[in-house]
Design a protein around this ligand. Structure first.
Ligand SMILES: C[S@@+](CC[C@H](N)C(=O)[O-])C[C@H]1O[C@@H](n2cnc3c(N)ncnc32)[C@H](O)[C@@H]1O
Length: 261
């Protein structure tokens, strides 16, 4: 038998008031308590128009404090209310399952403890990116990486596909406690990429519009200029392919042979 409390983790989308799905909105309004992990006070105020008990996670973020600790606190706060038998909603900006640790973890833990737990999709920065930049991931493929993880581990880059680096402003942060890193870390990233992309390769700093009156930022720069570029917590770096798709002649020949059978 399932325990009484339940949790729904939903996405509020990127653009204020415009991206939340009808199903997410109805869960939000039906909840006993709403926890909010959104990017600004205006979005919190908008959530408060739909529910009178919205608790912000914003004060949990502090310069110099490990984000691991912050995420654990979010999880604990949500689970405490679930264990008290409440219907808890965790409202995360964008899509709650895209480049976000706490949403997946809290669902896993709630289910382990016998509570009903569900994630509802939201409009991610990725969705806006594909629309604004006109990139169809099906055309030549598209790789997504978190920028620091891309630097810390050996990755296999396919330069015939798009490469999208998330959290670019935190690239190379080993402390997990900063709000940005510096030109030196970005220079190392440029060096790491230089095996596949020349310094003059044109890349785009992308920021989806989060207010209805804003335009997306789509700033094209040479990769070599990344260390001095203006980056914010909203910036995502997109590298278009640097070489065309290479045919897999062996596989094509084998497929041809199959057809001829
Ligand atoms: C922790 S992730 C959260 C992503 C979020 N869950 C989503 O679905 O978009 C934060 C990263 O998402 C990207 N991001 C967030 N807001 C963005 C925006 N408005 N435009 C472009 N990228 C954004 C940036 O790479 C940022 O560092």
């Amino acid at each position: 038998m399932q325990n009484e409390g339940r949790i729904v983790i939903l996405g509020t989308g990127i653009m204020l008031g415009a991206h939340i799905t009808p199903v997410a909105k109805s869960h939000l309004q039906a909840a006993d308590v709403v926890f909010a992990a959104v990017t600004d006070g205006i979005t919190e105020q908008w959530l408060q128009t739909m529910h009178d008990d919205v608790r912000s996670f914003a004060p949990l973020y502090e310069l110099g404090k490990s984000r691991h600790e912050t995420y654990q606190q979010m999880i604990d706060l949500m689970l405490t209310e679930v264990r008290a038998g409440k219907f808890v909603v965790g409202a995360f900006y964008g899509h709650p399952g895209v480049f976000a640790y706490a949403p997946h973890k809290v669902i896993e833990l709630a289910r382990q403890e016998g509570y009903e737990a569900q994630m509802l999709a939201g409009i991610s920065a990725a969705d806006c990116l594909h629309a604004d930049l006109g990139i169809d991931p099906g055309r030549v493929g598209c790789q997504y990486y978190e920028a620091s993880q891309f630097m810390f581990y050996q990755r296999v880059v396919d330069p015939s596909a798009y490469l999208v680096l998330w959290q670019i402003t935190l690239a190379g942060d080993r402390s997990i406690a900063r709000f940005d890193t510096g030109a030196a870390e970005l220079q190392l990233l440029v060096e790491l990429l230089s095996g596949h992309y020349p310094a003059e390769h044109q890349v785009v700093i992308y920021e989806a519009a989060s207010m209805p009156f804003e335009q997306p930022r789509m700033e094209w720069i040479a990769l070599g200029d990344l260390p001095t570029a203006r980056l914010t917590l909203k910036s995502t770096l997109v590298l278009p392919p640097s070489r065309p798709l290479q045919k897999n002649s062996q596989m094509l020949a084998r497929l041809q042979a199959l057809q001829e059978l």
